[in-house]
Design a protein. Structure first.
Length: 209
């Protein structure tokens, strides 16, 4: 089964608490989401491989370490995933960015992809799929499936808050994809919203209803 990593760093917990507050406006909400995303990815990338290189400082020649191995790709799931992008790009400015847009057909309930644009070399990259809220896990699961269908298999899922139902679903559907979250909440209400959650992330990011 995929590993679930829950970050309990005090800075993340503090910022998440402010995001949950219904009085927090869109501007502050966006800023906090980007800050949390950056803090999370700082830890997520801890295991990236490095290689020893020769450099020359102003004083002398020296050995140093630089990143090696697979380059990074970021794939936000539209639209809420866009809210995590800027913070991560601040940390990984050379990462390439793809986008996935999907909706669920109201009659068949099957996922319909309305937009997918990926870097040409996406299959050779370490991909971080960005989806702030994992309620049922359906959108994230479908997005990951779309990536796999295009030959991408080195995938990690980065989210803000998850319901236990979503984690169980994703572990069953994509046992090879590790899940990174800032919090696992109590569960879902009758409308499939995460409780206590923070409401609709997309609406709070973009100021819509």
């Amino acid at each position: 089964m995929s590993n679930v990593h829950v970050f309990d760093h005090p800075l993340i917990l503090h910022k998440l608490a402010i995001m949950r507050d219904k009085r927090t406006g869109s501007k502050e909400f966006r800023e906090l989401l980007n800050e949390i995303a950056m803090l999370m990815v700082y830890e997520i990338t801890r295991d990236l491989p490095t290689e020893e290189v020769d450099i020359e400082t102003p004083l002398c020649k020296a050995k140093a370490h630089m990143l090696s191995g697979k380059p990074i790709g970021l794939v936000p799931i539209l639209r809420a995933g866009l809210g995590m992008l800027e913070g991560i790009l601040n940390l990984l400015p050379t990462a390439k960015v793809g986008h996935i847009g999907l909706y669920r057909d109201p009659e068949t309930l099957q996922p319909v992809e309305y937009y997918c644009k990926l870097p040409d070399d996406a299959p050779s990259r370490e991909l971080l799929v960005l989806e702030p809220m994992l309620a049922t896990g359906g959108s994230a699961g479908d997005g990951i499936a779309f990536l796999k269908n295009r030959g991408c298999h080195s995938i990690r899922l980065v989210s803000l808050i998850a319901a236990p139902e979503a984690i169980a679903y994703l572990q069953k559907r994509h046992p090879d994809v590790d899940i990174f979250v800032a919090a696992v909440d109590e569960g879902l209400n009758e409308h499939a919203y995460i409780v206590p959650g923070l409401g609709d992330a997309g609406d709070r990011i973009f100021g819509t209803r």
